[in-house]
Design a protein around this ligand. Sequence first.
Ligand code: ATP
Ligand code: MG
Length: 424
Amino acid sequence: MKYQKPKGTADILPPYSKEWQFVEQKARETFALYNYEEIRTPMFEKFEVFSRSAGDTSDIVTKEMYDFDDKGGRHIALRPEGTAGVVRAFVENKLYGPEHQKPVKVYYMGPMFRYERPQSGRLREFHQIGVEAFGSDSPKIDVDTITMAMDFLSQLKVAGLKLVINTLGDQASRQQYRQALIDYLEPYYDELSDDSKERLHKNPLRVLDSKDATDQEIVKDAPSILDYLTEDAQKHFAQVKEQLDALEIPYVVDSSMVRGLDYYNHTIFEIMVADSALGKGDVTICAGGRYNGLVQELGGPEVSGVGFGLGVERLLLLLNEQTQAALQASRLDFYVVGIGEAVQTETLKIVHELRKMNFVTEQDYLERKPKAQFKSADKLNARYVITVGEAEMQAHVFKLKEMATGTEKTLSLDELKDIKNDLK
Ligand code: ATP
Ligand code: MG
């Protein structure tokens, strides 16, 4: 029997795993600058945590969820996104309490699961890096969140970034706009796709997000949310734009942009790249926004939130070739070659000492002849090769060769310790 990984999953193998570590490290560093801390929540939750938060009409809930009844008859789902679980944890652990500084700012990274048709940059198990900030209604935190995502991507030298923003307004704006949209779409009812027919009355905003070509043609002339904003919602959005301008972060407003998840309001944004390794046209790698009702929806008090989620697989496809090559090049400080069976313990000891000195060190574990060991040292790109034979062992010394220059000297472990800083 030959086993294969499940469809839509990937093995992350060395040396490419270094690229993952690099991206994760940069995320941690950037988020720390904004005073965010890490949160880790379970990979699965009760199904309702996702269905209540993402909304009954979202693709994620209706089509893409990995859900099942566990042996105790509980309806469980593998997380399709990070926000719902974080909000559930926020409520359950009462992070809204007075002992927690507001806003509560957290980030996460890890696998997410969606039953989708796999293709490049679209998997069934994929990874997201995301952030959430709870407890501030200020447009400043919307802008901070956007800035942080942009900073992170700039750190990774991703080229051709395009920030697109929109507002979904507050509840009153949404209510008015919803009706206007239904009035506009109803005459086209028969031409709409089945999904959109179903959503027309449940959640008409989702029709704007349809990927069906006829739907897209119809919604082109639909009314704009921007004409239905309450004064408060207008003010919030105006401030977001003003502050982005002040920080000199370029953006475009796309009033037809809605997000796939139902919980957003006020500011929403996507960061896209144009004509990249991800494909022709604009492809979104990071998406987020404000979700003021979500904490309440999951049983908490009225606390607002802002966050984003970013697809790591898509991001990795965008790292430039130079970064990738540099990351994959392995760095070995020492390779220790032992000549003869009698020196096996001696080489082990030397290797152990070198690692204690913080040198990346490798040795032979296959009882190979010296020639094969030298070959390995070469392949692994070792900066120094140490050679020990029986005679050296008796004299408590070894040969040290600097590979770049070919310089060779004989010295003891203590002597090596003395010069270790020159070798680094
Ligand atoms: P799309 O329209 O591409 O399906 P989405 O709106 O479903 O995206 P979000 O739920 O906003 O995506 O997730 C945020 C990010 O996570 C996306 O911009 C993308 O980079 C990544 N992402 C989403 N689904 C997948 C997937 N199946 N495989 C890989 N990455 C994904
Ligand atoms: Mg999707």
